[in-house]
Write a protein of this length. Structure first.
Lengths: 370, 296
């Protein structure tokens, strides 16, 4: 291991600020614009007819692929919003599915049963869900740590029961609720208009990333980071941890509800989104991506949903079916693959995808020097 | 009157199921601070192992003594899986609570998917002795025998656990460890052995719950553990983490409340009342009914 002995190698690499590293000035000047470039690429993506065999079936801008991409984007945004709780404030909530489901079902019920126009339904839903998150958070935050996780889990379970039992015939029970398209703007209805939904999902993702970024850079965000690292110290400094945590919880719930509005337009309401498994998969997305980073949870969310959809196709492909039964059966279950990857990630990549750059840095410098 | 008795006894049957799952969870949490999401997996393993043994294991079968062998096999399988999980996955992550939770979350997702991959997503008919399908008349109420079996089993487990905690050396270490783990370690006792033991006990109890739950419901399915687990969590929080007796009280309260409200109110209202009870207990007594002390 020659690179360990050489004195020039910065150790640990992450501690060296980018502007001090020689020869990277141009790259450094370019970096702030990268998200903008990525956004522009994502916006003009639906105009491309590139074929990516093995990655997407058919042309990139076919409605099916755009739908899949839009779902991925919505979950990227959801994971980023959940990271505001888990990664930035250190609150382990197991009830995030509730606010997402409130957004989905709120929109579907207000549009289909109450006949409201979409913008009113969406606005009312987001406001209502944010208030709900504030109220439930006010109760749940009286506990901390693991008890908080269990209480949020229990609240979310009530939501799941309410939806499944179909009180008053509002939620459609097991069958779910399809959106009544007659009340929607025509630009959002029909297979040919999937591209508009894609842009809507992209706008949602951009909004969440912007909000989370602004919050985490604000004084409030610094207090949240302090809460994550040492809650008692924040209390000693004369700040009330409860109020800051409630702000983060409410904001995160509101963002999830906004994602639910987009999701209800994309897919419709079905009871499985109320289950605790959705929250668990959000947790998996954030940890896989890298908690507490700006792009990690987004990437994790997009990748998770993509794999969740594509692994089903992979599991039934010939390559897997030709394997012996003890291999092919588990591999045909997307959750088995994702769960195993997740456990491995917790052990070997605690920082998730976002830490890959700093982890690979020593290897890359060693290669470059050769 | 007979309705009330029937509801009480079926509610107690449900409570027995909750207790079997929650007692292990509670001890594991009290001692090792691990919130074990994979506990539902132990239940699933126990149920499927019993189901498999009744059909395939020589000497085991769906009736009489054979059924006892099948259940014993299931319980053993559950305990074995629990020990393996503790040794391989949990032990390297001691005192890193969040990572432990994450690993058990991943395990619960992957494990249930593995059960589903092996035996399919559809419920399987569970082999159950003929007498468990019949009813016994108790004070004019016809109570299903499977429910009574659950109550008896839970009472036996409760008694055995309490005797173990109170009268054995390892029970003493576990009780002391729940109260103050650092002190036990400082006294030169390897508390990690107690962790493994607690995992084995919890896994065995959960596997027993899986096997008897299979008898009670008549079917096994991969997701069965997950839905029970949420109520077991509620029982653990209400009862106070680390307390076996608290779990028993809380299980009885939750089971009865759920059964009565679901019968006299709308179906599903009982589940919501249970969460309401949880909220009330947390607001009035955040440490739970019995606090973080392993009462024996």
């Amino acid at each position: 291991m020659t690179e360990v002995k050489s004195p020039e190698v910065p150790a640990p690499p992450a501690a060296v600020p980018d502007e001090l590293a020689p020869g990277r000035a141009r790259w450094h000047g370019l970096r702030p614009y990268l998200p903008l470039v990525a956004l522009v690429v994502a916006v003009i993506l639906p105009y491309s007819t590139v074929q990516l065999p093995g990655v997407f079936e058919g042309a990139l801008n076919s409605p099916g692929n755009l739908q899949l991409l839009a779902i991925c984007l919505v979950f990227g945004g959801l994971a980023a919003g959940y990271d505001l709780l888990f990664g930035r404030a250190g609150m382990l909530s197991f009830g995030h599915a509730l606010y997402f489901a409130a957004g989905v079902y709120g929109t579907a019920i207000l549009v289909t049963k109450a006949g409201l126009p979409l913008w009113q339904a969406g606005l009312l839903t987001v406001i209502g869900s944010t208030i709900l998150a504030g109220l439930l958070g006010a109760v749940a935050l009286r506990t901390t740590g693991i008890a908080f996780a269990m209480v949020t889990l229990a609240f979310a379970q009530v939501g799941a029961i309410l939806v499944a039992r179909n009180f008053g015939g509002l939620t459609g029970g097991e069958e779910g609720l399809t959106l009544d398209v007659s009340g929607l703007p025509s630009a959002l209805v029909g297979v040919a208009n999937t591209v508009n939904l894609y842009w809507l999902a992209l706008a949602y993702l951009a909004l969440v990333v912007f909000v989370v970024h602004r919050v985490s850079m604000s004084p409030t965000g610094r207090v949240l980071a302090g809460l994550r690292d040492d809650e008692r110290r924040i209390g000693v400094l004369g700040l009330d941890p409860y109020r800051f945590k409630l702000v983060a919880f409410t904001l995160s719930g509101g963002l999830a509800a906004a994602g639910g509005v987009v999701y209800s337009l994309l897919v419709g309401a079905s009871p499985h989104i109320t289950s605790s498994e959705l929250t668990l998969s959000l947790l998996v997305m954030v940890v896989l991506g890298g908690p507490g980073t700006r792009w990690g949870p987004v990437l994790g969310g997009i990748l998770y949903m993509y794999l969740d959809h594509r692994l089903t196709a992979f599991g039934t492909s010939d390559a897997v079916n030709s394997l012996p039964a003890f291999l092919s059966h588990p591999l045909s279950q997307p959750l088995f693959v994702l769960g195993t990857v997740f456990i491995l990630a917790v052990y070997f990549f605690p920082g998730g995808l976002a830490s890959l750059r700093t982890r690979l840095h020593p290897v890359l410098t060693a290669l470059r020097r050769r | 009157m007979s309705t009330v008795i029937l509801l009480t006894l079926t509610g107690l049957g449900l409570a027995a199921l909750y207790f079997l799952v929650a007692s292990g969870l509670s001890l594991v949490f009290g001692l090792a601070d691990v919130l074990n999401f994979a506990h539902g997996l132990f239940l699933g393993v126990g149920a499927y192992a019993t189901w498999w043994a009744a059909g395939n294991l020589p000497g085991a079968g769906p009736e009489g003594f054979g059924f006892l062998v099948a259940v014993a096999f299931g319980v053993l399988a559950g305990a074995l899986v629990a020990v393996l999980v503790e040794l391989v996955l949990i032990r390297p992550l001691y005192s890193r609570t969040i990572e432990q939770v994450l690993v058990t979350v991943g395990l619960s997702l992957a494990g249930v998917a593995l059960l589903q991959a092996t035996w399919g997503a559809d419920p399987r008919t569970f082999p159950r002795p003929g007498w468990t399908r019949e009813v016994t008349s108790v004070l004019g109420a016809n109570v299903p025998n499977a429910g009574l079996l659950l109550i008896v089993a839970a009472a036996v487990v409760l008694g055995a656990l309490l005797a173990f905690l109170r009268f054995t050396r390892y029970g003493l270490i576990i009780r002391a460890g729940v109260e103050n783990r650092e002190m036990v370690t400082a006294l030169g006792i390897d508390v990690r052995k107690a962790f493994t033991l607690v995992f084995a006990l919890g896994g065995a109890a959960a596997a027993l719950a899986g096997a008897l739950g299979g008898v009670y419901f008549g079917t096994v399915s991969p997701g069965q553990g997950g839905s029970l687990l949420i109520f077991a969590f509620i029982v653990v929080v209400i009862g106070g983490m680390g307390s076996v007796v608290g779990s028993a009280y809380a299980a009885v309260a939750v089971g009865l409340l759920q059964q009565f409200v679901n019968y006299y109110g709308t179906s599903g209202l009982g589940d919501i009342c249970v969460v309401g009870l949880l909220a009330v207990v947390l607001l009035l007594r955040p440490q739970g009914l019995a606090g973080k002390v392993a009462h024996a």
